[in-house]
Ligand binder design. Structure first.
Ligand SMILES: Cc1cc2nc3c(=O)[nH]c(=O)nc-3n(C[C@H](O)[C@H](O)[C@H](O)COP(=O)(O)OP(=O)(O)OC[C@H]3O[C@@H](n4cnc5c(N)ncnc54)[C@H](O)[C@@H]3O)c2cc1C
Length: 245
């Protein structure tokens, strides 16, 4: 899919956790953005010093009939772009480019996908869900999704992953809470950071494909773990959430 330049208009916005605002945009030209699940768009925001370019994973679930371009933005203390994105009102416009990125599902044959995320880093995995549903019908495939957040209120899109767990015996959803555990923890709720729970997954370089998304610290720690475990570099796919300028 070729990268395109277009203007987006804010249609609506809502807080989906205490620190994450989901913004739903329309393209000003009326076109619907075609994208591969896992890709991102970049928006341009004028700060007092310079034009900032900021990337956000596309949170729209494909095949759901939703034609809006959704992004989930975490509040960053003192963040230049996020303060603008949190203040935007319906009708406000931004220049954007996209879709871009290679953090997408590939044809990996039978495997276990181990999808690790912190916070809004889980957004691409939500976009993967329709394709994962198709793949999970084959019992030779499985998915372990591990999401790290601070507390239960921040379990972004948690209900979607819990529903997957209900639907498929070969989909497991682990939540890692770095600060507060739920009052009644589920079987797969854990205390601590994502990277502290990798032993439990018994990673297998011959069968597993790893995706890492979100906080650079988690990604570096998990990638190092996979490297030591003997994973080929092509099977450890990463998307670090950092600012580009
Ligand atoms: C491919 C890609 C996809 C991304 N997708 C998303 C997404 O879906 N949702 C999302 O919320 N972000 C995403 N990001 C991160 C996003 O692009 C910005 O970096 C983020 O919103 C902060 O921008 P800012 O201008 O507000 O902060 P800045 O003004 O750049 O940073 C302010 C301060 O906060 C620190 N900081 C920057 N980012 C974070 C953070 N995430 N957490 C804590 N501290 C931080 C900086 O080091 C700096 O000290 C993505 C990044 C990339 C490269």
């Amino acid at each position: 899919m070729a990268v395109q330049k277009f203007e987006v208009v804010l249609d609506s916005a809502r807080m989906i956790t205490p620190r994450v605002r989901e913004l739903a945009f329309r393209r000003k030209d009326g076109a619907v953005l075609d994208f591969e699940p896992g890709q991102f768009i970049s928006v341009m925001i004028q700060s007092p010093e310079k034009l900032l370019r900021r990337s956000y994973s596309i949170a729209t679930v494909p095949e759901s009939g939703d034609e809006l371009l959704r992004i989930a933005v975490a509040h960053v203390e003192g963040g230049r772009a996020t303060s603008h994105l949190f203040a935007m009102q319906p009708g406000d416009e931004l220049p954007a480019i996209g879709p871009a990125g290679r953090f997408v599902l590939r044809d990996d044959g039978h495997c276990r996908y181990v999808l690790l995320a912190t916070g809004t880093g889980v957004t691409p995995y939500r976009a993967f869900l329709p394709e994962l549903r198709r793949r999970l019908k084959d019992p030779k495939n499985s998915v372990d999704l591990v999401l790290g957040v601070r507390n239960p209120e921040e379990l972004l899109y948690g209900e979607d992953f819990l529903a997957m767990e209900e639907e498929f015996g070969n989909f497991r959803f682990f939540a890692c809470y770095s600060r507060d555990m739920p009052e009644t923890p589920r079987e797969r709720d854990r205390k601590g950071y994502v990277q502290e729970h990798l032993d439990e997954l018994a990673l297998d370089p011959a069968h597993d494909v790893i995706y890492l998304c979100g906080n650079p610290g988690m990604i570096d720690a998990a990638a190092e773990y996979c490297d030591k475990a003997g994973f080929p570099i092509a099977n450890v796919r990463r998307e670090k959430y950092v600012s580009s300028n």
